[in-house]
Write a protein that binds this ligand. Structure first.
Ligand code: ATP
Length: 233
């Protein structure tokens, strides 16, 4: 569903990614791994059009999007969950979810989608009127994922969902990720937690200094000695 061919992006004179090629097959979970600063977030940001590409192409369901606006990319069916659980802290859980439906006017559909979000994240229903800034870290992570789902994406760009969460919460979040994928959502998953990400994905790319250094089936990479030594420890 997503084909990225040789994309590069820079911040001023700093080249953040150089010639990255990767693909997400229809409805797959693909992991994008690598150390701090390897270029993972930049890669996601080029897809969601928050960062301009200086070279290469991005095709989503066969259509080029590398020059589209970020709104057009959301409308096309791609939603990003940013790193760092950026909820609107002073807004309620409900208002945060409604912000995810920004640009939509079908009130009945929005209500339906909020109900569907509760199906994945029942705890959010209990917290509906609570200010998002007062939620726990795990609940905030659930809220940002639920908010991204409000745009009805077919592909979710998920940036470091495990960051700063306890192992129990990480397991909880990944159980929901597996369920979303089973229901047909494609996912490009950025993670520093290689072990968890390789367990949740079918294919993985490892970035180093803005380039793809290793790629392969996740099951193979999990058992690869040099990958284990370098990225799993
Ligand atoms: P992390 O897990 O720390 O977010 P990452 O793999 O996602 O790492 P990026 O955030 O994509 O890496 O960063 C890639 C490179 O681009 C790094 O060298 C980083 O310092 C640089 N960079 C990222 N954002 C900016 C920015 N806004 N301005 C300047 N340089 C940036």
């Amino acid at each position: 569903m997503l084909e990225i061919r040789g994309i590069s992006a820079s911040y001023g004179r700093i080249q953040a990614i150089a010639g990255v090629t990767l693909s997400v097959p229809d409805g797959a979970v693909v992991a994008l791994l690598g150390a701090n600063g390897a270029g993972k977030t930049t890669t996601l940001n080029t897809i969601s059009r928050l960062v301009p590409v200086t070279a290469g192409s991005i095709l989503f369901e066969g259509r080029p999007i590398e020059r589209a606006s970020s709104h057009a990319v959301v409308r096309a069916g791609i939603s990003q969950v940013p790193e760092g659980r950026e909820v609107f802290r002073d807004m309620s859980v409900r208002e945060n979810l409604e912000m995810g439906a920004y640009g939509r006017s079908d009130r009945a559909g929005i209500r339906q989608d909020i109900d569907r979000a509760f199906d994945y994240f029942p705890i959010l229903k209990e917290r509906l009127q609570q200010k998002a800034g007062t939620l726990s870290g795990g609940e905030q992570q659930m809220l940002v994922i639920a908010r991204a789902l409000m745009a009805r994406p077919r592909l979710l760009l998920l940036d470091e969902p495990s960051l700063g969460l306890s192992p129990v919460l990480v397991e909880k979040i990944f159980a929901i990720i597996r369920r979303l994928n089973a229901d047909g959502l494609g996912i490009l998953l950025v993670e520093q937690n290689a072990s968890v990400a390789l367990g949740a994905s079918s294919y993985a790319y490892i970035l180093e200094n803005g380039e793809v250094a290793v790629e392969g089936r996740s099951a193979d990479l999990r058992h690869d000695d040099s990958v284990r030594r370098t990225y799993i420890g």
